[in-house]
Write a protein of this length. Structure first.
Length: 303
């Protein structure tokens, strides 16, 4: 039996194959069969003592069921250690009950996953009032990696106008935009946002002097509906930005939304490979190789 393998959900198999090649270990795809009544049957390949489950948890509901079923099969098949590599981690935004009767999804999903695996590795988890991802997954190891180092390396390679100002579309984006700005040695600013609904937000800037006459690069962790990003682009245009591009860790928005970006003044949007998407541009394998090195002791990892 191999000491370690990767098993991936079908939607993550392409990115998992590339990582498995880097790590020098085998990859198997978990199969998911759907019955006419909506139930699923999950079949995992033979387990290894250390099994890494690669599962990006966008559009998560069926994937969460498949993950728990796969974990059961792998444990029964001999896996001594299960590591969930979930580049995008779902249900993290609801960390408190904002209205009477609301479920706290972060707490529920954290306990569910913690009951299945021994370690969780994710990227730029959408944590607001939760300071440490360890509190989400009680009793197991967890790592919340930053995509900003990989994005910074890629932007330096492709070239970036030295006059560019990095822009966070709201206060929640401050950690990501300040981190990336520091790595690139560029100035940054953060917009003020008033949300009108799930798909509508009003964006403004207190001081537009840093924006006028400069290219702008919007930086955020997640774009889902696109409302905040488009509102930010329009505000930047009004403030005098000469060009607007976007980089985001997790692209959750429909691909057709890109047609609405051009009228808003957005020239391009690039995302990481955390979620398979037409905008994928930044590969995160170096982050994962470093994070998983301890799981593969004694193996030669390809550089």
């Amino acid at each position: 039996m191999n000491a370690a393998i990767i098993q991936s959900l079908p939607s993550s198999s392409h990115d998992a194959a590339r990582l498995a090649s880097r790590l020098g270990i085998a990859l198997h795809e978990i199969t998911v069969h759907r019955f006419p009544d909506g139930e699923i049957r999950v079949t995992a390949a033979p387990a290894a003592p250390t099994t890494i489950i690669y599962a990006s948890l966008d559009r998560p509901n069926e994937k969460l069921i498949a993950l728990t079923f796969a974990a059961e099969a792998l444990r029964r098949g001999g896996a001594k250690r299960l590591v969930l590599l979930a580049p995008y981690l779902c249900y993290m935004r609801q960390d408190t009950a904002f209205r009477e009767g609301e479920a706290i999804s972060q707490r529920v999903i954290g306990a569910l996953i913690a009951g299945c695996v021994d370690r969780v590795v994710t990227v730029d988890a959408h944590l607001h009032r939760t300071p440490d991802i360890g509190t989400v997954f009680p009793g197991i190891e967890s790592d919340n990696l930053s995509a900003m180092p990989a994005i910074a390396v890629a932007l330096r390679k492709t070239g970036l106008d030295p006059a560019t100002v990095l822009v966070g579309p709201d206060a929640e984006s401050q950690p990501w935009v300040s981190d990336l700005a520091g790595r690139l040695g560029l100035p940054h600013t953060v917009a003020q946002k008033t949300r009108r609904g799930d798909r509508s937000a009003e964006i403004g800037f207190k001081d537009t002097s840093r924006i006028a006459g400069h290219p702008a690069l919007i930086v955020d962790d997640i774009v889902s509906s696109g409302g905040t990003m488009i509102a930010c682009a329009k505000a930047l245009t009004s403030a005098g930005a000469t060009m607007i591009d976007v980089v985001v860790t997790h692209a959750l928005f429909p691909a057709t939304l890109r047609h609405d970006m051009v009228p808003a003044g957005i020239r391009s949007i690039r995302s990481t490979h955390s979620v398979p998407h037409p905008t994928n541009a930044f590969i995160l394998d170096d982050l994962f190789v470093s994070a998983l090195r301890s799981e593969l002791s004694g193996r030669e990892i390809m550089t």
